[in-house]
Design a protein around this ligand. Structure first.
Ligand code: ADP
Ligand code: MG
Length: 678
């Protein structure tokens, strides 16, 4: 039996190197390198039936007397007239001069190419010549693979095909047989084969379902194994007396029931030797920060250091401000660590972190530099966790000795997705908003109503409120998209008495911070910005946000942006400016005008756009799905989760022959994905 790729005929060391570029290191990898589409060669099409723009397979005789080569518009052309019983077709190759010799030797052939009408005459363009000996794997639905320099589709097709021809029997099942039967799945050998060479659409669907099931099962059991391992590790036991009561006295408002419940979750996790590994999720403005700060308090009371990592400096400063408002008389020594700080300051903070003279640090990526060391890091918080890779979180945690971990996210994730994305985390959710919050009135606005809207904005400013304008691009380069520069110029011209600032990602940090600081301190009436303000920015006095070219943003992102207003007691408004006529887009945007519920919106977004936004590489972490689109597999995810839970209950060590292969796959998973946990 073949083990290594290079054991396969036709694959030498050089080819193996090229295959690595496609992520193919083993034979197994090759079998899982699924085609991204298929050519339909299931039927030889009579020439008379050829249709413009259709990829078609034809079997034809060559009229050799018509074979010629010529130049046209700097292209080298080979062409020949071919025919079958039903008619004739002109076959033409551009820039493949070697075809001339090849054709000279042929009397008839099977050809596969695209049909084009040139001047009302049918042509078959750049067809592949299918040799007699290659016909077996060039009929039916044939795979089209992602390729890399120096590898052809035909080559991959051939080695894959040969492997199935000669070694298919060595492909064992991973899914236990009782599950294959229960869910009418197919055996793995066929599933893999049909993924590459499906005899029909139906076979392909069966194969896909089986492989998705397999992938989910390994994932769920793998995550369960990781979690079991994690909970068996000893972490820090934080002593608890009555810190919740003490903490409640520090904050200037009453916590909502949800916030309180999350506080208790956090307390229970920390007050145990099992390391906390918890996600705190809640809609924008639901008050996650104040909830998370309790963990810092409890850590401090136990004489441990805490660190909080956030994606932007703006957010770091703001959290520090909120922190100081709560903790000003408690003796907690808190500092910021930011990339833009002077070297001298950073050095000083680092040295005090190492000596234990700082209890709590809030920082950006600067925190995960190697030079940052802690005296006794007991707690790690990450805000807006989807902005960080799991690796980055792991690096920060690695600076302590199994610290407790709390991650925060304002991107609500539908349940089926959270099983996948956060399979390893315990989840606490804040659903209810703090009292007194008013629904943010949201309007979809055509550009011709823009001036009317500006009059409204003026009124708000006159009554003391502040306003955000957000645009998708920085510079003016495309008339269809609004840029912050253009919006800024327009506002400066039209609202002459207003104080207007501009921030965008290309500015120097200091400039950004300074403009933002002015807005925070109420010295600016209007802040024009790109989406740099999307994350967590908190100015309770802001009551209107205008989002230009709104069709350019995802719903969840718009919801995040909208969450910049309505953070205080003022009635707040969101204007989505868009001239789009696309009905789907309009429908998407209308979701925001009818709902303020992040979970509802996320679900709608998922329905309309697919899961890309949720499973973008960052959130997705190291989990790399072969082809599961959780949108289509919601039901299956639940089913597999139940089956996995049952297996863990009844047979936690996966004993028995039926589980052998599954066991191996999980160990593989475990080996590669260790980093998933913090
Ligand atoms: P997010 O969940 O988006 O991070 P924040 O923690 O920034 O939300 O909270 C938003 C605002 O609501 C802050 O100004 C915060 O002080 C305030 N807040 C949080 N919890 C409450 C509460 N229970 N009652 C009143 N205001 C609250
Ligand atoms: Mg926040």
């Amino acid at each position: 039996m073949y083990k290594e790729l290079t054991d396969l005929p036709g694959i030498g060391a050089k080819t193996a190197e090229k295959l690595k570029k496609l992520g193919i290191y083993t034979i197994e990898d090759m079998l899982y390198h699924y085609p991204f589409r298929y050519d339909n060669r299931s039927r030889v099409i009579p020439v008379r039936e050829l249709l413009h723009d259709q990829k078609s397979l034809i079997r034809v005789q060559m009229d050799k007397s018509t074979l010629k080569r010529r130049y046209a518009k700097a292209k080298r052309i080979v062409e020949i007239k071919c025919f079958d019983d039903t008619g004739a077709v002109q076959v033409i190759w551009f820039n493949q001069p070697y075809m001339y010799d090849k054709i000279s030797k042929l009397e008839s052939s099977l050809l596969f190419g695209t049909v084009k009408d040139f001047n009302g005459k049918k042509h078959l363009v750049n067809p592949e010549i299918i040799d007699k000996n290659k016909e077996t794997y060039n009929k039916g639905y044939t795979p089209v693979y992602k390729l890399t320099q120096g590898l052809t589709n035909n080559f991959l097709k051939k080695v894959t095909h040969d492997y199935f021809e000669n070694h298919a029997d060595s492909i064992e099942d991973i899914i236990p047989h009782y599950l294959i039967q229960k869910y009418k799945l197919i055996i793995r050998k066929n599933a893999l084969k049909w993924m590459h060479f499906p005899p029909s659409e139906k076979h392909y669907q069966k194969a896909k379902i089986t492989l998705a099931f397999e992938e989910l099962l390994v994932l769920q059991l793998g995550l369960a194994a990781l979690k079991a391992q994690k909970t068996s590790e000893k972490g820090i036991y934080f002593n608890y007396k009555n810190e919740i009561e003490k903490y409640l006295k520090l904050i200037p408002f009453e916590l909502t029931t949800d916030q309180y419940r999350c506080l208790v979750d956090i307390k229970s996790d920390m007050n145990s030797t099992m390391p906390m590994n918890r996600l705190l999720q809640g809609d924008v403005g639901s008050g996650k920060t104040v909830t998370a700060f309790f963990s810092v308090f409890l850590s401090f009371c136990n004489h441990y250091q805490s660190a909080m990592m956030v994606p932007t400096e703006i957010l770091a400063r703001q959290h520090m401000k909120s922190f100081n408002e709560i903790f000003n008389n408690t003796g907690i020594r808190a500092e910021l660590l930011l990339g833009s700080q002077k070297e001298k300051i950073k050095k000083d903070i680092k040295s005090r972190l190492e000596s234990g003279e700082i209890d709590f640090v809030i920082g950006t990526h600067a925190l995960i530099q190697e030079s940052v060391k802690f005296f006794n890091l007991g707690l790690v918080i990450t805000d807006e966790q989807h902005r960080f890779g799991v690796n980055q979180r792991a690096v920060l945690s690695g600076k302590g000795n199994r610290p407790d971990v709390l991650v925060m996210s304002a991107t609500p994730i539908p349940r089926t997705l959270s099983l996948i994305v956060y399979g390893d985390l315990d989840i606490s959710t804040i659903k209810e908003l703090p009292p007194g919050r008013k629904k943010i009135d949201t309007f979809l606005l055509k550009r011709k109503k823009y001036d009317q809207m500006l009059r409204f904005v003026e009124k708000q400013i006159k009554s003391g409120r502040q306003i955000y304008f957000v645009a998708p691009s920085i510079f003016e380069n495309d008339n269809a998209i609004e840029s912050v520069e253009k919006v800024y110029a327009h506002l400066v011209d039209n609202l002459t008495y207003c104080r207007i600032g501009l921030v965008h990602g290309r500015q120097k940090n200091e400039e950004k911070e300074s403009v933002f600081g002015q807005f925070l301190d109420g010295e600016l009436d209007i802040l024009v910005s790109t989406t740099v303000i999307e994350v967590g920015v908190n100015v309770p006095n802001a009551s209107v946000i205008v989002i230009e070219s709104a069709e350019r943003f995802g719903l969840s992102q718009l919801h995040q942006l909208r969450g910049r207003v309505g953070r205080g007691s003022y009635q707040s408004y969101c204007f989505l400016v868009s001239d789009t006529n696309n009905e789907t887009t309009l429908k998407r945007l209308e979701t925001l005008t009818i709902s303020n519920d992040g979970f509802f919106i996320a679900n709608e977004d998922l329905k309309l756009r697919g899961p890309g936004e949720f499973l973008g590489t960052k959130q997705h972490g190291e989990l790399d799905f072969k082809f599961i689109n959780p949108l289509n597999y919601g039901k299956m995810i639940e089913i597999v989760k139940d089956e996995a839970d049952r297996i863990i209950d009844e047979n936690p060590n996966l004993r028995g022959e039926d589980f052998n292969a599954l066991n191996n796959s999980i160990s593989e998973f475990y080996k590669h994905k260790k980093i998933i946990l913090n």
